[in-house]
Design a binder for this molecule. Structure first.
Ligand SMILES: [Ca+2]
Length: 328
């Protein structure tokens, strides 16, 4: 009732959107044809094509890798991210890091955007190169475990509420190594819609979508294939005019929901997830962390395995527990 696998209805919508522009199925054309269908943009909160400040050099201009801006992007699980040849590129963590860890090894490049509004319009390009698909990755999510697109060789599933429910899925596009996916995603309240350039569009409405993620991890997150690389490009994030819908949304959503499939319940929430303490879920609320205290950052560098929950942020609580286990 709250989900849809939608292919054909979108073609009509796409044709309508594409009137007046070229719609020859070319990738760039079809990327440019993506327009918000649910939300009305307010302000751009982030925009980059990773070509450097003020530069518009073509990708063929091979330049050395540069460091990423960590005020806007947060690598997870010590995976390695640089800006190279006009794209944001990620690979797995180092062998040294992986050898020290018992979990959250960083086998898949993972990154989180720190500038995604809670309600947003997000347009970007992403591709996954080489590596292996697992039951968890590759994925694109908005809010950690909140609403997630799981890519696989058989299709793409739209999962929500800690991956307990599948709200939509498509077999029209699948995980293909080296293929660029251009997409435009929108969330408002309990609704989420994502358009892939060239189709399809996936829509979902579920009460869990409206609940902010407890650990302040509400941003766009991307994880690649195991031991593969990820490239991200052409990112624009907008805040939206709240409680306002784009013109035509009422009829668009009717089209989108006409062939809605029922949600598929995948699993019950585990007790473990429920029982995590607020501090574990919210490093910022834990006070001193590797993000604001140089001594904790230094401790983290020497003892990466102290980051028990593997979220890339070391808290004082984690240090205390780590010291306790060292004594025992
Ligand atoms: Ca670029």
């Amino acid at each position: 009732m709250h989900a849809i696998k939608n292919c054909r209805p979108y073609l009509t919508a796409c044709l309508a959107l594409c009137i007046g522009s070229t719609c020859q199925g070319q990738e760039a054309d079809s990327r440019d044809s993506l327009r918000p269908i649910m939300n009305v943009p307010s302000e751009v909160s982030y925009q980059s094509n990773f070509n450097g400040p003020g530069k518009t050099e073509p990708k063929e201009t091979k330049s050395a890798a540069t460091e990423i801006d960590k005020t806007t992007w947060q690598p997870r699980q010590s995976t390695q991210w640089t800006v190279v040849q006009g794209v944001l590129q990620g690979e797995q963590s180092t062998a040294e890091f992986q050898a020290q860890r018992e979990h959250h090894h960083g086998y898949e490049p993972r990154i989180k955007s720190l500038t995604t509004p809670r309600e947003f319009i997000a347009s970007f390009s992403v591709r996954f190169n080489d590596g292996d698909e697992t039951s968890l990755v590759p994925l694109i999510e908005f809010g950690h475990h909140n609403v997630r697109l799981k890519f696989s060789k058989t299709g793409i599933a739209l999962l929500a509420d800690h991956e307990q429910v599948q709200l939509a899925q498509t077999q029209q596009i699948r995980l293909e190594s080296g293929r660029w996916y251009h997409l435009l995603a929108e969330r408002q309240a309990d609704e989420f819609v994502v358009q892939f350039a060239g189709g399809p569009t996936l829509y979902a409405k579920h009460k869990s979508l409206a609940i902010p993620v407890a650990d302040d991890s509400d941003g766009l997150g991307i994880a690649g294939t195991r031991r593969g690389t990820v490239e991200i490009d052409n990112v624009t994030l907008w805040s939206i005019k709240t409680a306002t819908k784009a013109r035509g949304w009422n009829s668009t959503v009717k089209t989108l929901t006409a062939k809605m499939a029922d949600p598929v319940i995948l699993k019950k929430q585990t007790k473990e997830k429920k029982s995590r303490s607020p501090n574990e879920r919210n490093p910022a609320a834990a006070g001193d962390t590797s993000q604001n205290k140089p001594w904790i950052e230094a401790f983290f560098a020497k003892n990466p395995s102290a980051d028990a929950d593997g979220d890339g942020v070391l808290t004082k609580q984690e240090i205390n527990r780590f010291k306790q286990t060292q004594k025992n």
